[in-house]
Design a protein around this ligand. Structure first.
Ligand code: FAD
Length: 451
């Protein structure tokens, strides 16, 4: 067993903690949670509204999922697009997909305004499929994307795949047949069992460093309107008709709005004027899953990439899969390597309270990842890999696997930007912008609206 040691937290350099809250305060908006969702929400509230904003974090900025993820910047949902269309209709599903894809621009906006210089790589990433069912599932998504007016992703199928003749004619313009070697080369694998590759824009980012540097920028730029408190847990949220009282232990925050950016809501109780109805609903609504990851260093002799591998032909594209990222990484100051990080195994939690960032990293999960790397990615299966990092983080899954962003319907004093799911970097940034838009009077509806 090893400790939970994340490469993203290893790179954090800020040594001065923000203070904790000791006196009662009053503000327009309080953001609870200092991961990328809370930070992006603060960014857009400060840059696009005139509100006074307070951000409170139970521990330290960016030490939650934001500091324990794979750091791939991707714009897909963890649900097939065709499935989202069947629940919400083409127009709403298409608009939601487009808004997440457009969030690349919001990320750029944050980078530019905050003057960030930390690496953000952008490249064509890939996903490798190993069965007809996975291929058909993707083709159905592509057909829906086409109908919704979204751009089509490049999809290549091996001309050796036994199922090529079976693919319905209606999908023929949505893929290209290529030599099998092309598939293996794009996936950088020696495993011949992959038969198709989907390629689309991906990126990679240390979202912890991004969040921490952004918050320092906001604090320095908006000293009159913005306060940050670390090591300050909100224990209770008491919702009144037009404001809320937040119990932070020794102090109370009186706030016009409260935005929960807590990933899940394991640590606080919500009292609405009419009772505990909102609280009960939400404690049932977000399910926790632990994601495990390992990382090792290599010489910097290959470009950045991000590849997902659907290794199990019997699994659907919604089951857990392995994902590998290769990126430039500064391990010791001034010395740059490639960091190879791999995630895949996930464990469901019956009760999120049983998760702790201090849990040791089980050997069985490490073995799983090591076996994957040696069979799929590494050319020398006997190589002894020195894993510098092994880490885990909590993913919160809403029942419909869609992030929840907007007003609580039972009391609009409460807002959410949470329910991370395993893909949350761009959705968190989009959520931050959407919160600012809503407080500026935007009345549009989306699939992210809390029901
Ligand atoms: C293993 C793993 C791999 C992932 N890989 C990717 C990936 O490649 N790409 C991608 O886009 N997404 C990925 N994700 C998801 C992504 O990391 C999350 O969606 C994103 O970081 C969520 O940010 P957040 O701010 O919502 O949550 P967090 O970063 O978890 O922040 C929530 C914060 O709220 C604080 N908090 C909670 N309760 C309270 C309280 N009562 N009072 C005060 N503070 C409180 C917590 O301390 C925490 O700091 C991955 C997640 C995991 C776990």
């Amino acid at each position: 067993m090893t400790t939970n040691r994340s490469p993203w937290i290893h790179q954090l350099t800020r040594t001065d903690p923000f203070p904790s809250l000791h006196t009662d305060i009053k503000t327009d908006v309080t953001i609870v949670g200092g991961g990328i969702a809370g930070v992006a929400t603060a960014f857009f509230l400060l840059t696009e509204t005139d509100k006074n904003v307070v951000l409170v974090e139970a521990q330290q900025i960016a030490r939650g999922a934001t500091g324990h993820n794979a750091g791939q910047v991707v714009s897909y949902f963890e649900r097939s697009f065709a499935d989202i269309v069947s629940e919400f209709g083409l127009e709403y599903a298409g608009a939601a997909q487009k808004s997440i894809e457009d969030s690349w621009v919001l990320l750029d906006q944050m980078y530019t305004k905050a003057g960030l210089t930390i690496p953000l790589s952008r490249f064509l990433g890939h996903a490798g499929f190993s069965s007809y069912e996975q291929v058909i599932s993707h083709l159905k998504d592509s057909a829906c994307r086409e109908k919704a007016g979204l751009s089509l992703e490049s999809f290549r199928i091996s001309n050796r795949a036994a199922y090529v003749q079976k693919i319905p004619q209606e999908y023929s313009h949505l893929y290209e047949c290529v030599e099998h070697d092309v598939i293996m080369s794009l996936l950088e694998t020696k495993d011949p069992s992959f038969s198709a590759v989907l390629s689309y824009q991906k990126g990679c980012l240390n979202s912890a460093l991004f969040s921490d540097e952004s918050i320092v920028y906001l604090k320095n730029t908006y000293p009159e309107r913005f306060s940050v408190y670390e090591n300050t847990a909100i224990l209770k949220v008491v919702l009144k008709k037009d404001h809320a009282l937040l119990d932070a232990g020794v102090a109370t925050i009186d706030t016009g709005k409260v935005v929960l950016c807590t990933n899940g809501f394991e640590t606080l109780t919500i009292f609405n004027e009419s009772g505990l109805d909102i609280d009960t609903q939400f404690h049932h609504d977000v399910k926790g899953t632990i994601g495990y990851m390992s990382g090792y260093l290599e010489p910097m002799n290959k470009p950045p990439t991000a590849i997902s591998y659907f290794t199990n032909p019997d699994a659907s594209t919604l089951d857990p899969y392995f994902y590998l990222t290769r990126r430039q990484y500064e391990y010791e100051q001034g010395s740059v390597h490639n960091l190879i990080s791999v995630g895949g195994p996930e464990v469901s939690l019956d009760d999120k309270k049983s998760y702790s960032r201090d849990l040791l990293y089980p050997e069985s999960e490490q073995k799983n990842i090591d076996t994957f790397i040696k069979t799929i990615y590494e050319t020398d299966p006997n190589r002894e890999i020195d894993y510098k990092f092994t880490w885990h983080g909590l993913m919160g899954y809403t029942p419909n696997l869609i992030r929840r962003i907007g007003f609580e319907p039972k009391n609009k004093v409460l807002m959410y930007n949470l329910g991370c799911n395993g893909v949350g970097i761009l959705p968190s940034v989009f959520g931050g912008k959407r919160i600012a838009d809503l407080l500026n009077g935007d009345t549009s509806t989306t699939i992210f609206d809390p029901q």
